[in-house]
Design a protein around this ligand. Structure first.
Ligand code: ATP
Length: 597
């Protein structure tokens, strides 16, 4: 923040390109509105000038004692201009709102589309979160700002040209004085604007931390822990410290701005006094009328205000350009190819899923998570994956879903590398339940149907049975149409009920591969035994991977693999693994001993 704060040509060229892109995109979104808005903006820009000239004529007619008819016509012109002013300005305001709203919606829709299509690994980087924060926060206000400031800039330039023209009619030195006292300020303020955009960028992590803490304290998700662990004071003071640090930096910037403002205003007063003095000299020499002095005086102060407005204008436009840069950077980020929601899933597998020497490290990690892993998941069978926390089980599933790519090695479906399948076909072929299943604040039906919008009523009922949902549906007042989740006044569910719902969303897909990450973690013991039987009936002819910490679930699988530190250590059936008396057997024995107590 203390480094070179001046604008560089490269930055300015980039800014102009981003700005031009923003304006052309706005015009393409609603060309008709853009044309009307532009026309109104130009017409409104001429109004103050028209008012100035009409007033000059009326005053001159009065002062020179011209005839009644001339007076009437001068006042008729003045009246028309006065009448046109509110009509044009209110119409412009109305049109600008409508236009900006359309532009904003279009930008937000592009942002949503991109956010849903950037590679999953994008969210592993802190600077990605900074970028998304900028884009999300600014997309709400900057489209309006862009249009508002572009329009004002247009008006100011028209008016400034007119005012300089009026002043030069009285004396050549009047516009020169105006420019001379405004230009130094223009340079300083422009530099400050560049610095303030950089300040905003540099402090984004701090601003995001403040927003995060504020969000923590206002969300139900954390409310119980905050109360039970008495965290409110801690989080409150963390928030205050973050805000204070930000305020300290912001105050430094504000002070700088205050000094610049002071210097600029002082220069303006000097220019103003010099201008008046010059005009009085002209009057004393009999070169101008009193009405001329009034108008020239008015035009001079108007010119000064216009310069001031142009400076603010330039600052706001620079900020809008900075937003457009972030926005374009986000849109330009490589994204997954467009997906076809109608993609046809693969046929049931004949051989199975093979992991061959798969090595993978997370983008922000310092060591490999999967360390040359080899594994064959036989087709049409249930393979249970067990292992200590952090051993890489969920990672294996994320790789199979194509959310990440292996750094080396390959994952094959019946001998074909998953990279050779279009990503939508691969994903349509997988029914997945992630470790932290998501529940949507929507109806029960939507929560399930979003897994497969083409599902019919008979299949929906079958899926509800397989996932153990019937009891919940019976309890809900509006059955399938019951609204769930508390955000919009829907029914709250227990952890296990949300889990069953997410399971039903996975089951509703007609997919040959099924990946379940801890599907029974929230289920009670009775529900677990019952669940497995129903799962077996559903998963017949599918190839399933079941991640579980419960040996009582794992033991029922056709094949069990024990993974530790990114490698498969043991595999076989439950009986084979017990006979081997290795890590699986010791885990099994300690879990059974705990249950017997
Ligand atoms: P658990 O049984 O606790 O669910 P797991 O075997 O499923 O564990 P993974 O979630 O696959 O473990 O994580 C394996 C390792 O990778 C862990 O050490 C974890 O910290 C790390 N890890 C997971 N996700 C990321 C990520 N997005 N970025 C960096 N490291 C990660």
């Amino acid at each position: 923040m203390n480094g070179d704060s001046g604008p560089r040509w490269r930055d300015l060229v980039r800014w102009s390109k981003d700005y031009a892109w923003g304006v052309s995109r706005a015009c393409r979104v609603a060309p008709g509105m853009a044309a009307i808005w532009g026309g109104l903006q130009i017409a409104t820009g001429f109004l103050p000038l028209a008012l100035l000239l009409a007033s000059r004529r009326a005053l001159a007619v009065l002062e020179t004692g011209a005839g009644r008819s001339e007076l009437v016509s001068a006042f008729a012109v003045l009246g028309s201009v006065l009448l046109a002013a509110p009509v044009l300005s209110t119409s412009l305001q109305w049109m600008r709102r409508r236009f900006a709203d359309r532009v904003q919606q279009s930008l937000v829709e592009s942002m949503h589309h991109q956010a849903c299509h950037v590679p999953y690994s994008f969210f592993d980087r802190a600077d990605s979160h900074d970028l998304v924060h900028h884009v999300r926060v600014n997309t709400l206000g900057q489209p309006f700002n862009l249009l508002e400031q572009t329009g004002l800039a247009l008006q100011n330039l028209i008016l400034l040209g007119g005012v300089l023209g009026v002043l030069v009619g009285y004396a050549w030195w009047l516009p020169a004085l105006l420019l001379g006292t405004a230009l130094p300020g223009l340079v300083v303020v422009a530099k400050f604007n560049v610095e303030s955009v950089r300040f905003n960028r540099a402090t984004t992590p701090l601003q995001r931390k403040g927003s995060y803490l504020s969000w923590l304290m206002g969300e139900k998700w954390f409310a119980a822990e905050i109360r039970m662990f008495l965290l409110s004071r801690l989080f409150g003071s963390m928030y205050s410290r973050t805000r204070e640090e930000y305020r300290r930096l912001e105050t430094r910037m504000d002070t700088k701005e205050w000094r610049i403002e002071l210097g600029y205003s002082a220069l303006g007063v000097v220019g103003f006094l010099a201008g008046i003095w010059g005009l009085l000299e002209l009057r004393m020499a009999g070169a101008v009328l009193v009405s001329d002095i009034v108008i020239a005086f008015h035009a001079f102060t108007m010119g000064q205000k216009l310069f001031r407005g142009t400076l603010d204008n330039a600052g706001q436009l620079y900020r809008a350009g900075a937003f457009l840069k972030d926005f374009r950077d986000f849109l330009r980020h490589p994204s997954d190819p467009p997906v076809d929601p109608e993609a046809v899933p693969l046929q049931p597998l004949g051989k199975g899923i093979e992991f061959q020497g798969v090595r993978f490290r997370y983008p922000n990690a310092s060591r490999d998570c999967l360390d040359g892993l080899d594994l064959l998941v036989p087709a049409g069978k249930v393979t249970a994956l067990v292992g200590p926390n952090g051993s890489g089980k969920s990672t294996l599933i994320r790789l199979l879903c194509g959310l990440y790519r292996p750094d080396s090695g390959s994952i094959l479906l019946d001998g074909t590398d998953i990279r050779d399948f279009p990503v939508d076909r691969l994903r349509a072929s997988i029914a997945v339940l992630f470790q932290d299943p998501v529940g949507f604040d929507a109806t029960l039906r939507e929560n399930v149907e979003w897994g497969n919008p083409r599902v019919d009523a008979a299949r929906l009922a079958a899926v509800a049975r397989s996932a153990g949902l019937q009891e919940l549906i019976e309890k809900c007042p509006d059955k399938w149409d019951t609204l769930l989740g508390g955000r919009f006044g829907g029914r709250e569910l227990s952890g296990g009920e949300w889990q069953k719902l997410a399971l039903a969303r996975a089951f509703v897909r007609d997919s040959p591969i099924c990946l379940l990450d801890e599907p029974t973690s929230d289920l009670d013991g009775w529900a677990e035994a019952d669940w497995y039987e129903r799962f077996l009936a559903w998963s017949a002819s599918r190839t399933s991977i079941l991640i579980t910490h419960r040996f009582s679930t794992a033991m029922r699988a056709d094949h069990i693999c024990l993974i530790d530190d990114g490698r498969i250590l043991e595999q076989g059936t439950h009986v084979e693994l017990l006979e081997r008396d290795g890590l699986y057997a010791s885990g099994w024995k300690s879990q059974m001993t705990r249950q017997d107590r």
